[in-house]
Design a protein around this ligand. Structure first.
Ligand SMILES: O=C(O)CCC(=O)C(=O)O
Length: 274
């Protein structure tokens, strides 16, 4: 076969697979914009402002705070994340658009392995830089191969209250997921200092989405907004073949999720064995 024919045939096959996936899973736009793809690769993180409507924000925030403060008032399957109205965000289109482009193009191969609420009031938080640099560990790896990104574990953060810039949102050293010097195992104090000038954070309205590769050097920060606490839901998505977290989801929560959401919590194995 001529090289040109081969190229056309492979392009057609990719389009067909993409169509099949979109049709089967209802993702009408499985593609990340070129802008987002380049920014994610360049910096290791993306900020998508105001993804949720006011009503979605209020319902999910109120329910999540009830799970935190008064779980006994809820049915057992709704007492813990990912139960309750948050479940509808598990495969939110904006999340899947990114994950299908940075973890695996097949949604069957994407797992959600950890979900937790980060709740911080004025002054609460910590400064604890971690990750960064290259590694062969699949959970922290970041690879670019054959024209696409292959990220290891990817964090998806739903900010349910406003975040003021440099006042408590997650901080990143942009580009550090591709650093050649191993700042993960050999951290440099002057680089890790909050005021090194190398750290970037974000300001965003409630309902915004932050997505980052676990490979990028990042840290929590101290929350500095006396008007409202940080209410953020952190999710860790991973490839079906690997796991980073110890499994701790409540079975009663997962059993009551819709089948399209349950599949994100399957065991770690290759779907060829199904
Ligand atoms: O709390 C934060 O903003 C960052 C959390 C963190 O470091 C992580 O998800 O690995």
């Amino acid at each position: 076969m001529q090289l040109q024919d081969f190229k056309i045939k492979s392009k057609k096959a990719v389009l067909k697979t993409t169509k099949l996936i979109s049709h089967r899973f209802g993702f009408s736009r499985v593609n990340m914009s070129d802008h987002d793809r380049v920014v994610f690769d360049l910096k290791g993180y993306l900020v998508k402002p105001a993804v949720l409507s006011q009503n979605e924000i209020e319902v999910i925030r109120e329910f999540t705070l009830r799970q935190k403060n008064n779980p006994q008032s809820l049915s057992p399957h709704e007492r813990y994340l990912p139960g309750g109205p948050f479940a509808q965000l598990i495969d939110h289109r904006e999340v899947m658009n990114v994950l299908l482009n940075v973890i695996d193009p097949d949604p069957e191969k994407i797992r959600l392995e950890n979900v937790f609420l980060s709740y911080r009031q004025q002054g609460e938080g910590e400064w604890r830089p971690h990750a960064g640099g290259r590694t062969t560990n699949p959970n922290y790896a970041y690879n670019f191969h054959d024209g696409r990104i292959y990220a290891g574990m990817v964090r998806v953060v739903w900010e349910l209250n406003e975040v003021l810039e440099n006042k408590g949102g997650t901080c990143f050293i942009p580009g550090s997921h591709k650093a050649n010097y191993n700042i993960r195992t050999n951290p440099v104090k002057s680089i890790d200092a909050r005021n090194s000038g190398l750290w970037e954070s974000y300001g965003c309205p409630a309902g915004s989405l932050i997505i980052f590769s676990e490979a990028v050097r990042h840290s929590a920060d101290f929350w500095q907004n006396s008007q409202s606490p940080r209410v953020a839901i952190f999710c860790a998505y991973n490839h079906i073949n690997v796991r980073h977290h110890k499994p701790d989801f409540k079975p009663e929560v997962i059993e009551q999720l819709a089948p399209k959401h349950q599949r994100f919590f399957r065991e770690v194995y290759h779907p060829q064995f199904d």
